[in-house]
Every structure is written in C-alpha cells, then in structure tokens.
Write a protein that binds this ligand. Sequence first.
Ligand SMILES: [Zn+2]
Length: 520
Amino acid sequence: MSERVSIFDTTLRDGEQSPGCSMNLDEKLRMARQLDALGVDIIEAGFPIASDDDFAAVREVARSCRRPVIAALCRTTPEDIERAWEALAEAARPRIHTFVATSDIHLQHKLQKSREEVLEMSCQAVRRARSFTEDVEFSAEDATRSDLDYLCRVITAVIDEGATVVNIPDTVGYTIPSEYPHIIRTLRERVPNIDRAVISVHCHNDLGLGVANTLAAIVAGARQVECTINGIGERAGNASLEEIVMAMRVRKDLIPFETGIISEEIYRSSQTLSNITGVHVQPNKAIVGKNAFAHEAGIHQHGVLKNRLTYEIMTPESVGVKTNSLVLGKHSGRHALNKKYEEMGYQISRAELDKAYKLFTKLADQKKEVFEEDLLAILQDGIAHIPEHFKLRAVQATAGTAVLATALVTLANTETEESTTQTSAGDGPVNAVYEAIDKLTGLKGNLLDYTVRAITHGTDAVGEVFVHVEFDGVSYTGKAASTDIVDASARAYLNAVNKALYAKARKQIANNEQVLADAM
Ligand SMILES: [Zn+2]
C-alpha cells in the first residue's frame, strides 16, 4: 500500500470568503454532503467566531456529516478557541484549527507583536485546543514569507504542545515550485519532533501556481493538502482539489500516493458548487471546464476515435463527466424518476419527489427529451430551501424592436393567500418584469448582476438565470431554471426577494429572543 495524502477541503471556509461565493446554511449543508460523497478527509466548515452564520454552519455540518473530520478555524485567543470548540461539540471527529501569522511583515504591521510573543501565543493556543480535543491543527500564516529559522522554532514548539497537524500556508500566493519544497524539506530536517505531526500545505493562486506548489510540496513530504472545489477562494483562489487529485492519479509514476477521493464524484461536486454560488468555471478550466474533454480539432478527433489514448490522458468518465444520455421521457413515472435520482446520488424525501415529479412532467411536455442536467436543474431550482413568501402565479411580457417593453405579473402572497397583479413598462422585458415585481412586493431591489446560460442542449434548452439583487444594502442571490427565459428571470428575482424576506424574519425572531432574554 502506498502512503496516503489527506485531502482537507476548505471550500466552505476559505472558498466561501471569495466575492460572490457566499452561501446560506442550507447551501453549505448541501455542499458539505457532496464533499462527504466525494470522499474528502477533512471539511473545514467555517470560522465560528467570525459570525453567527459561520458558527451555525460548523455546528450543522458537524451534525450531518459523520465520516469526515470537521475542522473549525480560530485565532489564538481563548474566546476564539472556545467558540470553535462550542461549534464542534456534536462532531463525530472534531478538529480545532488555530492560526497566527509568523512573518515579520504580519508581526509588525498586523499583530504588532514580537517573535517571542507570537511564539508564546502559538503554544498557549495549541495547549488550550488540546485540552478540548486530540486533533489540533496549527497554521503559521504567511509561512512562505517567514524567517525559516523562526518558523522551525514555532513548529517545534507547537508540536511539543501537542499539535497533530502543522500547516505551512502560502497565504499570499508568493512561493514557486522550486522554493516551497525547500521549506518543507528544511522543516523535516531541522524540526526534531516533526515525525509526531503531519505536514500540511495550503496554497493560493495569485501567480497561478497553487496546484504546482502543492504537488511539489507533496513530493517533498507534505501529507495533507488544503484545497477547494473549482479553486475558489480569496483573491485568485486556492489550489483546486480536482486538479491536485487528478494530477496525482494521472502521474502516479511520479507522485505515488493515495487519496480517499472518489474521482467520479468530481464533476458533480464542481457542478453543485457552481449551481449554489452562480459562479461558473471558465470553459477551459482543467478537469471540470466545459471544454476539458472536447476534442474539436479534426486531427485530434480522428486520433481519439481510433484510440482515445492518443490525446486523452484521462477519461471524462473518470471524473464523472457523462456523455449526454437520454434518461427519461414523457411517460416515465414517479418511481423511475426517484430511481434516477438515486442513481445520480440524491436521496430525496417524498414531499420533494412529489414536487420534482410535477416539475418533471411539465418539462417533459415542453421538451422531447429530458437529460440528467435537466433533472439536476429541477432538483436545484424547483425544490426551494427558502420559505416562499411570494409565489409567481403568472408572467407575461412583450418586447421587440418597435414596441415599448411591458410586463404583466401576478404574484400570490402565501400568508394571506391573495393574488395581485401589476403591469409595468421597462427597458426590455426582464426590466419590465422586475419593475412590476417591485411594485407588488413593495421592496425596491437593486439588480447588481444578471446572468443567463443554457444548461442543456438545443433550441429548447433549459436556461438558468442567476441574479444578485441588493435589498436595503444587503445582497442576495436568486436563481431559477426554465425553458422560458422570462419565466426563469421572474422566478430568479423572486427567489432573491424571498431570501431577503426570510433573512429579515429570522433577524426579527433573533431580536425578539434577545429582548426576552434581556427582560429576564
Ligand atoms: Zn487561504
């Protein structure tokens, strides 16, 4: 058996910090379940002291994912560590991940501490974390710009205090593949107790070298790698999980280590994340991009047809990309639909199946063939995770080069069960629809971003609309899929409206509870 490299996924923490990638609790849980299915060893679920939402995310992910280790991030202060531990209380396999910067730049300008002070803070933090759990990771933030002698001292000291994983992050994406392995090797040579901890790496992509640096570090002795799906993360992102894993698999001759990743789940993981955040990968993205396995050039096609090995170093199937196969038709029943979802890896409840089936029959009426992507769209769009305050009853829009765009929208208020209709003119049909919705809801939305893309093939394709809308200074995402773009646009916008109303209602409940607590 070859040695194993642990995959530490930080899509829900470092990844979620990137602009446009924020997720609500339900979305984080959905992503966490997919990461579990993918076989990652560790899920970093959040930074509990940063916000109540992060705290809840760590707690709920820990409750629902029992196989992987669940990590919670914290600084070195007692409050930070205790808050992380509180969030992990119900985890089957908890890990406290504490960090402090070790580079002089950070010490002087951010922490205003001396090297000795930071060394002491590190030791105290690890000692405190170890009083709660045996699994403690320590990160020396900005390690690649730290003095190497000092870094060795800190790492020796925290291992003495009981750190089981020592992470050497390239926080600012500064190192290169000829330097990083040198740092890892130096630690292995000069830190006398290094055999008592796992060396971890965490690379950022500011110079586009995140994956290259990670692989170089593995060869030099790192046995945990921190990464994200689709490479999302701060600034230019983190090293991408799918690229690291597939490079290790394809070049097993040079990087002979195992991971626990079920590579056939890679594409679905990538899609799930894109679907949740609305941030899609570029077509030429390695492993999961739309064109990653497309052999357009004639000479390539000819070669691939004769023998795929001519131009393919891995098969699309190995990362879970399926050739577009017809899965269900108009006459498929509820049972067949459920079975198909199970095959696709989704366990859905009875109520969800009822809802999905209704949407499926509607879609099957409009389209001759229903593909797996269609079913995915139904699942991800149709089964709302947010209570719907407003529902779309009807939408009609007229537009053209010679007429003023107008829209007529009917919304149902699910509380009062009343339906109301409004008309509006606008700058194009979508704008007219949104104006009408604003009149009906009484909320003024500021549309920050609007994207539409075809998620299935052909002119009868299902289109997916993504919006970022600001209400009262807070931005919400909304999405919907339909064969009718105006319908999808209206429902995507309403999805954002309902999220805003839901967030407002939850805040109100929290405030009331606080008032009650203060009164007692
Ligand atoms: Zn990072």
